[in-house]
Design a protein around this ligand. Structure first.
Ligand code: ARG
Length: 572
Protein backbone atom coordinates (compact mmCIF):
# COMPACT_ATOMS: atom_id res chain seq x y z
CA UNK A 1 0.00 0.00 0.00
CA UNK A 2 2.65 2.44 1.02
CA UNK A 3 4.71 1.33 -1.94
CA UNK A 4 2.01 2.56 -4.29
CA UNK A 5 1.55 5.79 -2.38
CA UNK A 6 5.29 6.37 -2.65
CA UNK A 7 5.14 5.67 -6.35
CA UNK A 8 2.28 8.11 -6.90
CA UNK A 9 4.03 10.82 -4.89
CA UNK A 10 7.17 10.37 -7.02
CA UNK A 11 5.23 10.55 -10.27
CA UNK A 12 3.57 13.77 -9.16
CA UNK A 13 6.86 15.32 -8.05
CA UNK A 14 8.40 14.44 -11.40
CA UNK A 15 6.04 16.72 -13.30
CA UNK A 16 6.15 19.67 -10.92
CA UNK A 17 8.60 22.47 -11.70
CA UNK A 18 8.47 23.89 -8.22
CA UNK A 19 10.52 22.33 -5.46
CA UNK A 20 8.02 20.42 -3.36
CA UNK A 21 8.67 18.05 -0.52
CA UNK A 22 7.73 14.50 -1.40
CA UNK A 23 6.59 13.83 2.13
CA UNK A 24 4.01 16.63 1.91
CA UNK A 25 2.50 14.98 -1.12
CA UNK A 26 2.69 11.50 0.37
CA UNK A 27 0.83 12.48 3.51
CA UNK A 28 -2.13 13.80 1.54
CA UNK A 29 -2.70 10.76 -0.67
CA UNK A 30 -5.87 9.03 0.45
CA UNK A 31 -7.78 5.89 -0.27
CA UNK A 32 -11.26 6.96 -1.42
CA UNK A 33 -14.20 5.36 0.33
CA UNK A 34 -15.84 4.59 -2.97
CA UNK A 35 -13.82 2.70 -5.58
CA UNK A 36 -15.55 4.78 -8.26
CA UNK A 37 -13.22 7.61 -7.30
CA UNK A 38 -10.17 5.51 -7.97
CA UNK A 39 -8.01 3.41 -5.70
CA UNK A 40 -5.91 6.33 -4.54
CA UNK A 41 -6.65 10.00 -4.65
CA UNK A 42 -4.54 13.11 -4.29
CA UNK A 43 -6.26 16.43 -3.48
CA UNK A 44 -4.37 19.30 -5.13
CA UNK A 45 -5.53 21.91 -2.62
CA UNK A 46 -2.21 22.20 -0.83
CA UNK A 47 -0.35 22.76 -4.04
CA UNK A 48 -2.70 25.60 -4.88
CA UNK A 49 -1.08 27.78 -2.24
CA UNK A 50 2.44 27.12 -3.47
CA UNK A 51 1.77 27.16 -7.20
CA UNK A 52 -0.72 30.03 -6.99
CA UNK A 53 -3.21 28.33 -9.27
CA UNK A 54 -6.56 26.78 -8.58
CA UNK A 55 -6.61 23.10 -7.55
CA UNK A 56 -8.75 22.32 -10.58
CA UNK A 57 -6.17 23.78 -12.97
CA UNK A 58 -3.32 22.04 -11.17
CA UNK A 59 -5.06 18.66 -11.25
CA UNK A 60 -5.69 19.02 -14.99
CA UNK A 61 -2.11 20.04 -15.68
CA UNK A 62 -0.63 17.17 -13.70
CA UNK A 63 -2.95 14.71 -15.38
CA UNK A 64 -1.74 15.86 -18.82
CA UNK A 65 1.92 15.60 -17.95
CA UNK A 66 2.12 12.60 -15.67
CA UNK A 67 3.76 9.42 -16.96
CA UNK A 68 2.10 6.39 -15.43
CA UNK A 69 3.92 3.32 -14.27
CA UNK A 70 2.76 -0.20 -15.18
CA UNK A 71 1.10 -0.53 -11.79
CA UNK A 72 -1.32 2.23 -12.66
CA UNK A 73 -4.00 1.92 -15.24
CA UNK A 74 -5.19 5.51 -15.49
CA UNK A 75 -5.53 8.84 -13.72
CA UNK A 76 -8.46 11.25 -13.81
CA UNK A 77 -8.70 14.88 -12.73
CA UNK A 78 -11.97 15.59 -10.93
CA UNK A 79 -12.73 18.84 -9.09
CA UNK A 80 -9.16 19.39 -8.00
CA UNK A 81 -8.54 15.74 -7.14
CA UNK A 82 -6.30 13.36 -9.02
CA UNK A 83 -7.87 9.91 -8.91
CA UNK A 84 -5.55 7.03 -9.63
CA UNK A 85 -6.78 3.63 -10.78
CA UNK A 86 -4.65 0.56 -10.24
CA UNK A 87 -3.68 -1.88 -12.89
CA UNK A 88 -5.30 -4.83 -11.18
CA UNK A 89 -3.28 -7.79 -12.36
CA UNK A 90 0.00 -6.24 -11.40
CA UNK A 91 -1.12 -4.88 -8.11
CA UNK A 92 -3.19 -7.75 -6.77
CA UNK A 93 -0.12 -9.91 -6.87
CA UNK A 94 1.90 -7.35 -4.92
CA UNK A 95 -0.79 -6.92 -2.32
CA UNK A 96 -1.32 -10.61 -1.67
CA UNK A 97 2.37 -11.48 -1.62
CA UNK A 98 2.90 -8.69 0.83
CA UNK A 99 0.14 -9.91 3.15
CA UNK A 100 1.39 -13.50 3.10
CA UNK A 101 4.94 -12.41 3.69
CA UNK A 102 4.21 -10.04 6.55
CA UNK A 103 1.55 -12.23 8.10
CA UNK A 104 0.96 -11.15 11.72
CA UNK A 105 2.84 -7.94 11.00
CA UNK A 106 0.67 -7.00 8.05
CA UNK A 107 -0.90 -3.60 8.73
CA UNK A 108 1.78 -2.52 11.19
CA UNK A 109 4.18 0.31 10.49
CA UNK A 110 7.04 2.04 12.24
CA UNK A 111 5.98 5.60 11.56
CA UNK A 112 5.60 6.36 15.26
CA UNK A 113 9.02 5.06 16.18
CA UNK A 114 10.74 7.06 18.90
CA UNK A 115 7.52 8.86 19.87
CA UNK A 116 5.54 8.34 23.02
CA UNK A 117 1.79 8.47 23.44
CA UNK A 118 0.21 8.59 26.86
CA UNK A 119 -3.33 7.32 27.08
CA UNK A 120 -5.42 7.89 30.18
CA UNK A 121 -8.39 5.54 30.01
CA UNK A 122 -10.80 3.42 32.00
CA UNK A 123 -9.97 5.38 35.19
CA UNK A 124 -12.94 4.28 37.31
CA UNK A 125 -13.72 5.65 40.73
CA UNK A 126 -12.72 3.11 43.35
CA UNK A 127 -15.24 1.62 45.74
CA UNK A 128 -17.85 2.13 43.05
CA UNK A 129 -19.14 -0.43 40.60
CA UNK A 130 -17.61 -0.76 37.19
CA UNK A 131 -20.56 -0.18 34.91
CA UNK A 132 -21.42 -0.12 31.22
CA UNK A 133 -19.92 3.33 30.74
CA UNK A 134 -16.55 2.27 32.16
CA UNK A 135 -16.68 -0.79 29.99
CA UNK A 136 -17.14 1.35 26.89
CA UNK A 137 -14.29 3.55 28.06
CA UNK A 138 -12.03 0.56 28.58
CA UNK A 139 -12.62 -1.10 25.22
CA UNK A 140 -12.33 2.24 23.42
CA UNK A 141 -9.11 3.17 25.22
CA UNK A 142 -7.62 -0.30 24.73
CA UNK A 143 -8.34 -0.15 21.02
CA UNK A 144 -6.76 3.30 20.67
CA UNK A 145 -3.78 2.02 22.66
CA UNK A 146 -3.33 -0.91 20.26
CA UNK A 147 -3.97 1.16 17.13
CA UNK A 148 -1.12 3.52 17.96
CA UNK A 149 1.02 0.60 19.02
CA UNK A 150 0.50 -0.93 15.58
CA UNK A 151 1.82 2.31 14.09
CA UNK A 152 5.05 1.92 16.03
CA UNK A 153 4.48 4.41 18.85
CA UNK A 154 5.55 3.63 22.36
CA UNK A 155 2.42 3.70 24.51
CA UNK A 156 1.98 4.48 28.18
CA UNK A 157 -1.41 3.35 29.46
CA UNK A 158 -2.52 5.18 32.57
CA UNK A 159 -5.39 4.30 34.82
CA UNK A 160 -6.06 7.62 36.53
CA UNK A 161 -8.10 6.06 39.31
CA UNK A 162 -10.67 8.21 41.06
CA UNK A 163 -9.22 7.38 44.46
CA UNK A 164 -9.36 10.74 46.22
CA UNK A 165 -11.97 13.14 47.47
CA UNK A 166 -14.38 13.74 50.27
CA UNK A 167 -16.50 10.71 49.44
CA UNK A 168 -13.78 8.57 51.01
CA UNK A 169 -14.48 10.25 54.32
CA UNK A 170 -18.06 9.08 54.00
CA UNK A 171 -17.15 5.56 52.95
CA UNK A 172 -14.73 5.26 55.86
CA UNK A 173 -17.51 6.24 58.22
CA UNK A 174 -19.99 3.84 56.62
CA UNK A 175 -17.50 1.03 56.70
CA UNK A 176 -16.89 1.52 60.40
CA UNK A 177 -20.60 1.57 61.13
CA UNK A 178 -21.90 -1.24 58.96
CA UNK A 179 -19.14 -3.57 57.89
CA UNK A 180 -20.42 -6.45 60.04
CA UNK A 181 -23.78 -6.42 58.30
CA UNK A 182 -22.30 -7.38 54.94
CA UNK A 183 -20.25 -10.14 53.41
CA UNK A 184 -17.23 -8.19 52.24
CA UNK A 185 -15.35 -11.27 51.05
CA UNK A 186 -17.52 -12.11 48.08
CA UNK A 187 -18.10 -8.86 46.25
CA UNK A 188 -16.37 -6.11 48.23
CA UNK A 189 -16.82 -3.38 45.63
CA UNK A 190 -20.53 -3.96 45.37
CA UNK A 191 -20.79 -3.84 49.14
CA UNK A 192 -18.72 -0.66 49.43
CA UNK A 193 -20.95 0.95 46.82
CA UNK A 194 -24.01 -0.07 48.81
CA UNK A 195 -22.52 1.31 52.01
CA UNK A 196 -21.74 4.56 50.21
CA UNK A 197 -25.29 4.87 48.91
CA UNK A 198 -26.63 4.14 52.40
CA UNK A 199 -24.39 6.78 53.96
CA UNK A 200 -25.51 9.35 51.41
CA UNK A 201 -29.08 8.76 52.45
CA UNK A 202 -28.22 9.05 56.12
CA UNK A 203 -26.28 12.24 55.49
CA UNK A 204 -29.31 13.80 53.87
CA UNK A 205 -31.22 13.47 57.11
CA UNK A 206 -28.41 14.02 59.54
CA UNK A 207 -26.09 16.89 58.69
CA UNK A 208 -23.56 15.95 61.33
CA UNK A 209 -22.58 12.94 59.24
CA UNK A 210 -21.10 15.22 56.62
CA UNK A 211 -18.94 16.84 59.28
CA UNK A 212 -17.66 13.43 60.30
CA UNK A 213 -16.96 12.61 56.67
CA UNK A 214 -15.05 15.86 56.19
CA UNK A 215 -13.09 15.11 59.29
CA UNK A 216 -12.28 11.61 58.10
CA UNK A 217 -11.06 12.95 54.79
CA UNK A 218 -8.91 15.52 56.52
CA UNK A 219 -7.37 12.68 58.53
CA UNK A 220 -6.75 10.80 55.31
CA UNK A 221 -5.05 13.82 53.76
CA UNK A 222 -2.86 14.18 56.80
CA UNK A 223 -1.81 10.55 56.71
CA UNK A 224 -3.72 9.28 59.74
CA UNK A 225 -2.84 5.59 60.11
CA UNK A 226 -6.33 4.16 60.43
CA UNK A 227 -7.81 6.28 57.64
CA UNK A 228 -4.96 5.47 55.30
CA UNK A 229 -5.20 1.75 56.03
CA UNK A 230 -8.90 1.72 55.21
CA UNK A 231 -8.37 3.75 52.06
CA UNK A 232 -5.64 1.34 50.97
CA UNK A 233 -7.97 -1.57 51.56
CA UNK A 234 -10.72 0.06 49.43
CA UNK A 235 -8.23 0.70 46.68
CA UNK A 236 -6.81 -2.78 46.78
CA UNK A 237 -10.11 -4.67 46.60
CA UNK A 238 -11.32 -2.35 43.85
CA UNK A 239 -8.20 -2.86 41.78
CA UNK A 240 -8.42 -6.61 42.24
CA UNK A 241 -11.87 -6.56 40.74
CA UNK A 242 -10.99 -4.17 37.92
CA UNK A 243 -7.91 -6.20 37.04
CA UNK A 244 -10.04 -9.27 36.52
CA UNK A 245 -12.00 -7.30 33.94
CA UNK A 246 -8.86 -5.87 32.34
CA UNK A 247 -7.42 -9.37 32.02
CA UNK A 248 -10.53 -10.58 30.25
CA UNK A 249 -10.37 -7.63 27.86
CA UNK A 250 -6.61 -7.71 27.36
CA UNK A 251 -6.31 -4.07 28.49
CA UNK A 252 -2.89 -2.88 29.49
CA UNK A 253 -1.87 -0.23 31.99
CA UNK A 254 1.62 0.88 32.76
CA UNK A 255 0.56 3.04 35.68
CA UNK A 256 -2.26 3.11 38.21
CA UNK A 257 -1.35 6.51 39.57
CA UNK A 258 -4.73 7.93 40.36
CA UNK A 259 -5.90 11.20 41.81
CA UNK A 260 -4.41 10.46 45.24
CA UNK A 261 -0.96 10.27 43.70
CA UNK A 262 -1.16 14.00 42.97
CA UNK A 263 -2.06 14.96 46.52
CA UNK A 264 1.43 16.30 47.20
CA UNK A 265 1.97 17.68 43.70
CA UNK A 266 -0.66 20.39 43.60
CA UNK A 267 1.13 23.06 45.64
CA UNK A 268 3.57 23.49 42.81
CA UNK A 269 0.71 24.06 40.37
CA UNK A 270 -0.77 26.75 42.60
CA UNK A 271 2.54 28.52 42.95
CA UNK A 272 3.28 28.42 39.22
CA UNK A 273 -0.13 29.91 38.48
CA UNK A 274 0.42 32.50 41.20
CA UNK A 275 3.82 33.43 39.81
CA UNK A 276 2.32 33.85 36.38
CA UNK A 277 -0.34 36.07 37.94
CA UNK A 278 -3.21 34.19 36.36
CA UNK A 279 -4.85 33.07 39.59
CA UNK A 280 -7.83 35.25 40.36
CA UNK A 281 -10.25 35.51 43.26
CA UNK A 282 -13.83 34.68 42.56
CA UNK A 283 -16.26 34.57 45.47
CA UNK A 284 -13.50 33.29 47.71
CA UNK A 285 -12.37 30.62 45.25
CA UNK A 286 -9.20 30.79 43.17
CA UNK A 287 -9.84 30.51 39.46
CA UNK A 288 -8.04 30.87 36.15
CA UNK A 289 -9.85 32.62 33.34
CA UNK A 290 -9.81 30.58 30.18
CA UNK A 291 -11.52 32.76 27.61
CA UNK A 292 -14.86 34.40 27.14
CA UNK A 293 -16.86 31.46 25.93
CA UNK A 294 -16.20 29.04 28.77
CA UNK A 295 -16.48 29.48 32.53
CA UNK A 296 -13.22 29.97 34.47
CA UNK A 297 -11.43 26.90 35.78
CA UNK A 298 -11.66 26.60 39.55
CA UNK A 299 -8.33 25.55 41.03
CA UNK A 300 -8.98 26.07 44.74
CA UNK A 301 -12.40 26.10 46.34
CA UNK A 302 -13.37 28.83 48.78
CA UNK A 303 -12.47 26.55 51.70
CA UNK A 304 -8.98 26.20 50.21
CA UNK A 305 -9.33 22.61 49.07
CA UNK A 306 -8.24 21.36 45.68
CA UNK A 307 -10.55 19.70 43.18
CA UNK A 308 -10.55 17.16 40.37
CA UNK A 309 -9.25 19.80 37.94
CA UNK A 310 -6.31 20.70 40.21
CA UNK A 311 -5.25 17.08 40.21
CA UNK A 312 -5.52 16.89 36.43
CA UNK A 313 -3.28 19.95 36.13
CA UNK A 314 -0.70 18.31 38.38
CA UNK A 315 -1.00 15.15 36.29
CA UNK A 316 -0.26 17.06 33.07
CA UNK A 317 2.94 18.51 34.48
CA UNK A 318 3.94 15.12 35.84
CA UNK A 319 3.31 13.40 32.51
CA UNK A 320 5.28 16.01 30.59
CA UNK A 321 8.23 15.56 32.90
CA UNK A 322 8.12 11.79 33.10
CA UNK A 323 6.98 10.72 29.68
CA UNK A 324 7.95 13.54 27.31
CA UNK A 325 4.93 12.66 25.19
CA UNK A 326 3.97 13.52 21.63
CA UNK A 327 0.33 13.20 22.57
CA UNK A 328 -1.52 12.72 25.84
CA UNK A 329 -4.97 11.27 25.20
CA UNK A 330 -7.83 11.26 27.71
CA UNK A 331 -10.82 8.98 27.22
CA UNK A 332 -13.96 9.91 29.17
CA UNK A 333 -17.69 10.35 28.70
CA UNK A 334 -18.98 13.48 26.95
CA UNK A 335 -19.98 15.04 30.26
CA UNK A 336 -16.33 15.95 30.85
CA UNK A 337 -15.87 17.94 27.64
CA UNK A 338 -15.98 21.25 29.49
CA UNK A 339 -13.65 20.00 32.22
CA UNK A 340 -10.95 19.11 29.71
CA UNK A 341 -11.42 22.32 27.74
CA UNK A 342 -10.77 24.27 30.92
CA UNK A 343 -7.88 22.14 32.11
CA UNK A 344 -6.15 22.16 28.70
CA UNK A 345 -6.46 25.95 28.57
CA UNK A 346 -4.91 26.35 32.01
CA UNK A 347 -2.14 23.95 30.95
CA UNK A 348 -0.90 26.73 28.65
CA UNK A 349 0.52 28.35 31.77
CA UNK A 350 2.21 25.17 32.98
CA UNK A 351 3.89 23.39 30.08
CA UNK A 352 5.55 24.16 26.74
CA UNK A 353 3.34 24.79 23.76
CA UNK A 354 4.26 21.54 22.03
CA UNK A 355 3.00 19.55 25.00
CA UNK A 356 -0.10 21.64 25.46
CA UNK A 357 -0.96 21.13 21.80
CA UNK A 358 -0.53 17.39 22.27
CA UNK A 359 -3.36 17.17 24.83
CA UNK A 360 -6.37 15.42 23.34
CA UNK A 361 -9.73 14.68 24.88
CA UNK A 362 -11.60 11.74 23.36
CA UNK A 363 -15.20 11.85 24.58
CA UNK A 364 -17.71 9.05 24.07
CA UNK A 365 -21.50 8.87 24.27
CA UNK A 366 -23.80 7.23 26.78
CA UNK A 367 -24.70 3.62 27.04
CA UNK A 368 -28.34 2.74 27.52
CA UNK A 369 -30.04 -0.57 27.78
CA UNK A 370 -32.76 -1.42 25.29
CA UNK A 371 -34.98 -2.17 28.24
CA UNK A 372 -34.16 1.27 29.63
CA UNK A 373 -32.82 -0.26 32.79
CA UNK A 374 -29.66 1.65 33.43
CA UNK A 375 -29.80 4.50 35.87
CA UNK A 376 -27.40 4.94 38.73
CA UNK A 377 -29.79 7.29 40.47
CA UNK A 378 -32.42 4.61 40.76
CA UNK A 379 -29.80 2.18 41.90
CA UNK A 380 -30.35 -0.07 38.90
CA UNK A 381 -26.78 0.07 37.70
CA UNK A 382 -25.72 -2.86 35.59
CA UNK A 383 -22.58 -4.32 37.06
CA UNK A 384 -20.22 -5.27 34.32
CA UNK A 385 -19.29 -8.49 36.09
CA UNK A 386 -22.89 -9.62 35.92
CA UNK A 387 -23.16 -8.65 32.28
CA UNK A 388 -19.96 -10.47 31.35
CA UNK A 389 -21.13 -13.56 33.19
CA UNK A 390 -24.46 -13.45 31.38
CA UNK A 391 -22.79 -12.95 27.99
CA UNK A 392 -20.52 -15.94 28.56
CA UNK A 393 -23.37 -18.14 29.76
CA UNK A 394 -25.52 -17.24 26.78
CA UNK A 395 -22.64 -17.92 24.43
CA UNK A 396 -22.17 -21.31 26.01
CA UNK A 397 -25.80 -22.11 25.41
CA UNK A 398 -25.50 -21.15 21.76
CA UNK A 399 -22.40 -23.32 21.37
CA UNK A 400 -24.20 -26.28 22.90
CA UNK A 401 -27.24 -25.74 20.68
CA UNK A 402 -25.05 -25.56 17.61
CA UNK A 403 -23.35 -28.74 18.69
CA UNK A 404 -19.91 -27.28 18.04
CA UNK A 405 -17.15 -29.81 18.43
CA UNK A 406 -14.61 -28.03 20.66
CA UNK A 407 -12.25 -29.19 23.36
CA UNK A 408 -12.59 -26.23 25.67
CA UNK A 409 -16.14 -24.99 25.61
CA UNK A 410 -15.55 -22.48 28.44
CA UNK A 411 -12.70 -20.86 26.61
CA UNK A 412 -14.77 -20.55 23.45
CA UNK A 413 -17.76 -19.16 25.36
CA UNK A 414 -15.48 -16.52 26.84
CA UNK A 415 -14.04 -15.61 23.45
CA UNK A 416 -17.49 -15.24 21.93
CA UNK A 417 -19.14 -13.51 24.88
CA UNK A 418 -16.44 -10.93 25.49
CA UNK A 419 -15.81 -10.51 21.76
CA UNK A 420 -19.50 -9.79 21.22
CA UNK A 421 -19.64 -7.14 23.95
CA UNK A 422 -16.43 -5.47 22.80
CA UNK A 423 -17.38 -5.47 19.14
CA UNK A 424 -20.78 -4.02 19.91
CA UNK A 425 -19.26 -1.05 21.70
CA UNK A 426 -16.66 -0.40 19.06
CA UNK A 427 -18.82 -0.57 15.99
CA UNK A 428 -20.65 2.73 16.55
CA UNK A 429 -18.92 6.06 16.35
CA UNK A 430 -17.64 7.01 19.78
CA UNK A 431 -19.80 10.07 20.27
CA UNK A 432 -23.01 8.21 19.52
CA UNK A 433 -25.09 6.90 22.36
CA UNK A 434 -25.21 3.13 22.33
CA UNK A 435 -28.41 1.27 22.98
CA UNK A 436 -27.45 -2.05 24.25
CA UNK A 437 -29.15 -5.40 24.00
CA UNK A 438 -27.25 -8.53 24.87
CA UNK A 439 -29.21 -10.88 22.62
CA UNK A 440 -28.62 -8.65 19.60
CA UNK A 441 -24.89 -8.50 20.20
CA UNK A 442 -24.68 -12.31 20.38
CA UNK A 443 -26.35 -12.95 17.03
CA UNK A 444 -24.28 -14.90 14.55
CA UNK A 445 -25.40 -12.77 11.63
CA UNK A 446 -25.54 -9.05 11.10
CA UNK A 447 -22.90 -6.62 12.25
CA UNK A 448 -21.78 -8.50 15.34
CA UNK A 449 -18.65 -9.86 16.94
CA UNK A 450 -19.75 -13.49 16.52
CA UNK A 451 -20.37 -12.84 12.82
CA UNK A 452 -16.81 -11.67 12.12
CA UNK A 453 -15.33 -14.32 14.40
CA UNK A 454 -17.36 -16.86 12.47
CA UNK A 455 -16.04 -15.52 9.17
CA UNK A 456 -12.55 -16.05 10.51
CA UNK A 457 -13.43 -19.61 11.56
CA UNK A 458 -14.79 -20.26 8.06
CA UNK A 459 -11.50 -19.19 6.47
CA UNK A 460 -9.65 -21.50 8.85
CA UNK A 461 -11.87 -24.45 8.12
CA UNK A 462 -11.54 -23.96 4.33
CA UNK A 463 -7.77 -23.86 4.65
CA UNK A 464 -7.77 -26.91 6.90
CA UNK A 465 -9.93 -28.91 4.56
CA UNK A 466 -7.61 -28.04 1.67
CA UNK A 467 -4.57 -28.88 3.75
CA UNK A 468 -3.30 -25.41 2.96
CA UNK A 469 -0.25 -24.62 5.01
CA UNK A 470 1.63 -21.49 4.14
CA UNK A 471 4.86 -23.06 5.34
CA UNK A 472 4.69 -25.63 2.56
CA UNK A 473 3.72 -23.15 -0.10
CA UNK A 474 5.96 -20.96 -2.15
CA UNK A 475 4.14 -17.69 -2.65
CA UNK A 476 6.36 -17.02 -5.66
CA UNK A 477 4.73 -19.90 -7.49
CA UNK A 478 1.15 -18.91 -6.87
CA UNK A 479 -0.44 -17.53 -10.01
CA UNK A 480 -2.20 -14.52 -8.58
CA UNK A 481 -2.98 -13.22 -12.05
CA UNK A 482 -5.64 -15.93 -12.27
CA UNK A 483 -7.76 -13.98 -9.79
CA UNK A 484 -9.93 -12.11 -12.25
CA UNK A 485 -13.47 -12.26 -10.89
CA UNK A 486 -14.95 -9.02 -9.56
CA UNK A 487 -15.47 -10.59 -6.14
CA UNK A 488 -11.81 -11.52 -5.97
CA UNK A 489 -10.57 -8.14 -7.07
CA UNK A 490 -12.88 -6.26 -4.72
CA UNK A 491 -11.76 -8.34 -1.79
CA UNK A 492 -8.06 -7.86 -2.50
CA UNK A 493 -8.52 -4.14 -2.97
CA UNK A 494 -10.20 -3.94 0.39
CA UNK A 495 -7.45 -6.01 2.07
CA UNK A 496 -4.98 -3.56 0.65
CA UNK A 497 -6.51 -0.69 2.62
CA UNK A 498 -5.75 -2.21 6.01
CA UNK A 499 -2.80 -0.06 7.03
CA UNK A 500 -4.53 3.09 5.88
CA UNK A 501 -7.58 2.13 7.93
CA UNK A 502 -5.42 1.63 11.03
CA UNK A 503 -3.87 5.04 10.51
CA UNK A 504 -7.24 6.72 9.99
CA UNK A 505 -8.74 4.98 12.99
CA UNK A 506 -5.84 6.01 15.22
CA UNK A 507 -5.60 9.58 14.07
CA UNK A 508 -9.30 10.20 14.48
CA UNK A 509 -9.44 8.21 17.74
CA UNK A 510 -12.19 6.21 16.14
CA UNK A 511 -11.85 2.41 16.38
CA UNK A 512 -15.27 2.16 14.72
CA UNK A 513 -13.51 2.77 11.39
CA UNK A 514 -11.49 -0.41 11.84
CA UNK A 515 -14.48 -2.27 13.24
CA UNK A 516 -16.64 -1.41 10.25
CA UNK A 517 -13.79 -2.27 7.92
CA UNK A 518 -13.69 -5.78 9.35
CA UNK A 519 -17.44 -6.04 8.78
CA UNK A 520 -16.85 -4.98 5.16
CA UNK A 521 -14.07 -7.53 4.72
CA UNK A 522 -16.33 -10.24 6.12
CA UNK A 523 -19.13 -9.29 3.72
CA UNK A 524 -16.78 -9.18 0.72
CA UNK A 525 -15.38 -12.53 1.75
CA UNK A 526 -18.87 -14.04 1.83
CA UNK A 527 -19.58 -12.68 -1.63
CA UNK A 528 -16.34 -14.11 -2.93
CA UNK A 529 -16.93 -17.49 -1.33
CA UNK A 530 -20.49 -17.71 -2.62
CA UNK A 531 -19.50 -16.86 -6.17
CA UNK A 532 -16.10 -18.45 -6.64
CA UNK A 533 -15.45 -22.14 -6.12
CA UNK A 534 -12.55 -22.75 -3.82
CA UNK A 535 -12.41 -26.30 -2.50
CA UNK A 536 -14.24 -27.69 -5.49
CA UNK A 537 -12.36 -25.65 -8.05
CA UNK A 538 -11.18 -27.90 -10.89
CA UNK A 539 -8.22 -25.82 -11.97
CA UNK A 540 -5.47 -26.50 -9.44
CA UNK A 541 -3.73 -23.15 -10.11
CA UNK A 542 -6.90 -21.13 -9.64
CA UNK A 543 -7.62 -23.13 -6.51
CA UNK A 544 -4.21 -22.35 -5.02
CA UNK A 545 -4.57 -18.65 -5.80
CA UNK A 546 -8.01 -18.59 -4.20
CA UNK A 547 -6.76 -20.43 -1.14
CA UNK A 548 -4.04 -17.84 -0.81
CA UNK A 549 -6.72 -15.17 -0.95
CA UNK A 550 -8.66 -16.97 1.79
CA UNK A 551 -5.50 -17.10 3.85
CA UNK A 552 -4.79 -13.41 3.30
CA UNK A 553 -8.35 -12.62 4.41
CA UNK A 554 -7.87 -14.63 7.59
CA UNK A 555 -4.69 -12.68 8.35
CA UNK A 556 -6.39 -9.30 7.98
CA UNK A 557 -9.40 -10.28 10.09
CA UNK A 558 -7.17 -11.69 12.80
CA UNK A 559 -4.78 -8.75 12.89
CA UNK A 560 -7.70 -6.33 12.90
CA UNK A 561 -9.61 -8.08 15.67
CA UNK A 562 -6.45 -8.35 17.74
CA UNK A 563 -6.11 -4.57 17.67
CA UNK A 564 -9.72 -4.27 18.79
CA UNK A 565 -9.05 -6.64 21.68
CA UNK A 566 -11.15 -9.47 20.27
CA UNK A 567 -9.91 -13.04 20.10
CA UNK A 568 -10.21 -15.30 17.08
CA UNK A 569 -11.42 -18.79 17.94
CA UNK A 570 -10.31 -21.69 15.72
CA UNK A 571 -13.70 -23.33 15.79
CA UNK A 572 -17.18 -22.10 16.47
N1 ARG B 1 -12.49 8.98 37.36
C1 ARG B 1 -13.13 9.74 36.34
C2 ARG B 1 -14.55 9.25 36.12
O1 ARG B 1 -14.87 8.12 36.42
C3 ARG B 1 -12.41 9.70 35.02
C4 ARG B 1 -10.97 10.17 35.03
C5 ARG B 1 -10.46 10.50 33.69
N2 ARG B 1 -9.09 10.91 33.67
C6 ARG B 1 -8.62 12.08 34.08
N3 ARG B 1 -7.34 12.31 34.04
N4 ARG B 1 -9.42 13.03 34.53
O2 ARG B 1 -15.36 9.99 35.61
Amino acid sequence: MDKIKNLIAKLIINVLDENINEKDILEKIEVPKDNKNGDFSYPCFNLARVLKKSPVVIANEIKEKIVLDEKLQKVEAVNGFLNFYLNNTNVLEDVLKNILEQNENYGKSSEGKGQKIVIDYSSPNIAKPFHLGHFRNTVLGSAIYKLYNALGYEIVGINHLGDWGRQFGLIIEGYKRFKDEYDLKKEPVKVLAQIYARMNKIAKEDESVMDIARDNFKKLEQGDKEAVALWEYFREVSLEEYNRIYDLLGSKFDSYNGEAFYNDKMDEIISILEDKKVLEDSQGAKVVNVGDDIPPCIVLKSNGSTIYATRDLAAILYRVRNYDFTKAIYVTATDQILHFKQVFEVAKHLVDKKYQEGLVHVPYGMVRLKSGKMSSREGTVIYINDLIKEAIEKSKKIIVEKNTDVDDIDKLAKQIGIGALTFNYLKSGKIKDVIFDLDDTLKFDGETGPYVQYTYVRTKSILDRANFNIKNIDAQNIKFDLLKEDEEINLVKELQKFQDIIRKSANSYEPSILTRYIIDISALFSKFYNNCKVLSCEDEYVKQARLALVYATSIVIKNGLTILGIECPDKM
